[in-house]
Write a protein that binds this ligand. Structure first.
Ligand code: ATP
Ligand code: MG
Length: 351
């Protein structure tokens, strides 16, 4: 293997996750995984509001975990990225590289000068002399801002990926990718839900819904007239004091209602996919993200979509040294780890 894996650095709205892996002939070994919480308003609506604090927390998590690898892979999501499946006349990769910027212009609602354009060929021979290409465009200013934070933490950003693709990388490592089925990978975070629909082992649709677990925190904070931190605590705990006072039941009731809202949003996106796709029948949903733990979400998805929901655990196939990691703790962190692990599978120079 040419170069070492970059450290996967997933900068989420509620927490940072880092995953360092080593690929060898034996498999993929986990060297480090950790997360560090971010105060609310460090990042809001995908915008970094407190860059110095963010950089400081990133530097800390690297120091605490003694990660010496400086090269990191980060990712974007939400409004900063546009991913579209487009159809182009068949051409070589070199020709596509030359023309993609120009081809992209008609699909991008921003000035083409302000975006970085990339692509992935989905089907080189889609028929009638056409090829299917996944067009990926990201705002340069957002990429720069993210890279600046990473550099401020004395690290080197070597790769900027997209959450939805990192999710797929993590999935691919952990599960056999079904070649004749369509599945949906869903990462429900604090402020964004990433969806990646994979048909025959290729991404055929992605969508980032800009809503997530924060909606429940807001709702609890409003209903109980408590500050954000307390609402966050109430939703992630099931202590006896809560359950005895009946608060827990009320939290669960609010949660089920909010989960229905998230399920409706997901359903709307998948309906949109189904309306445009050839093989639209989704056989399974692989779900992760912290908001996947919120009562009512899994049940709601299964009921409304009639599709089995499975946990996307990115540690499934990783070699984990029991002397280095607490297995139970790692399993608890598994739902939020997918993007970081997916990023950790990348190397400098990867597309
Ligand atoms: N046990 C739990 N029950 C309900 N919600 C939970 C639980 N654990 C975590 N969450 C919620 O999951 C969310 C955090 O998930 P995650 O770490 O995947 O998001 P993020 O990556 O920080 O955010 P984003 O990707 O949207 O920027 C928070 O809203 C948190 O309250
Ligand atoms: Mg996230």
């Amino acid at each position: 293997m040419a170069s070492k894996n970059a450290v996967g650095l997933d900068i989420g709205t509620s927490s940072i996750k880092v995953a360092h892996v080593k690929e060898s002939s034996k498999g993929v070994q986990l060297l480090a995984f950790d997360t560090v919480m971010l105060p609310p308003d460090t990042i809001r609506d995908g915008v970094i509001l407190n860059a110095p604090l963010l950089a400081q927390r990133i530097a800390e998590v690297f120091a605490i975990n003694k990660i010496r690898q400086k090269q990191v892979a980060v990712s974007l999501s939400g409004h900063a990225v546009i991913i579209k499946k487009i159809s182009l006349p068949e051409m070589t990769v070199a020709e596509l590289e030359d023309s993609i910027q120009w081809e992209a212009e008609q699909y991008i609602p921003f000035d083409i000068k302000d975006v970085h354009v990339d692509f992935q060929i989905i089907d080189a021979q889609a028929g009638q002399g056409q090829m299917d290409v996944l067009l990926v465009a990201a705002k340069k200013a957002v990429i720069e801002e993210l890279c600046d934070v990473v550099r401020a933490a004395k690290l080197e950003p070597v790769l900027v990926d997209v959450d939805a693709f990192a999710l797929y990388n993590a999935f691919e490592l952990s599960f056999p990718v079904p070649q004749d089925e369509t599945i949906a990978l869903i990462n429900a975070g604090a402020s964004t839900i990433n969806i990646n629909v994979v048909s025959g082992g290729m991404t055929s649709f992605t969508r980032d819904i800009t809503v997530g677990g924060n909606l429940l925190t807001e709702e609890i904070s409003k209903q109980f007239a408590v500050p954000w931190d307390e609402a966050e605590h109430m939703k992630t705990t099931s202590e006896t004091t809560l359950s005895m006072s009946g608060v827990l039941r009320e939290v669960q009731r609010i949660s089920s209602r909010v989960s229905e809202v998230l399920v409706s949003e997901i359903q709307r996106s998948l309906d949109f996919f189904a309306a445009t796709a050839v093989s639209a029948d989704i056989s399974a949903i692989y779900l992760c993200g912290g908001a996947a733990l919120q009562p009512g979400l899994i049940e709601g998805l299964e009921r409304r979509l009639g599709t089995p929901v499975r946990a996307l655990n990115p540690f499934n196939n990783l070699i984990v040294d029991p002397k280095r990691f607490d297995a139970a703790l790692l399993q608890r962190m598994a739902p939020i780890a997918a993007v970081a692990v997916g990023l950790g599978l990348r190397r400098q120079g990867d597309r």
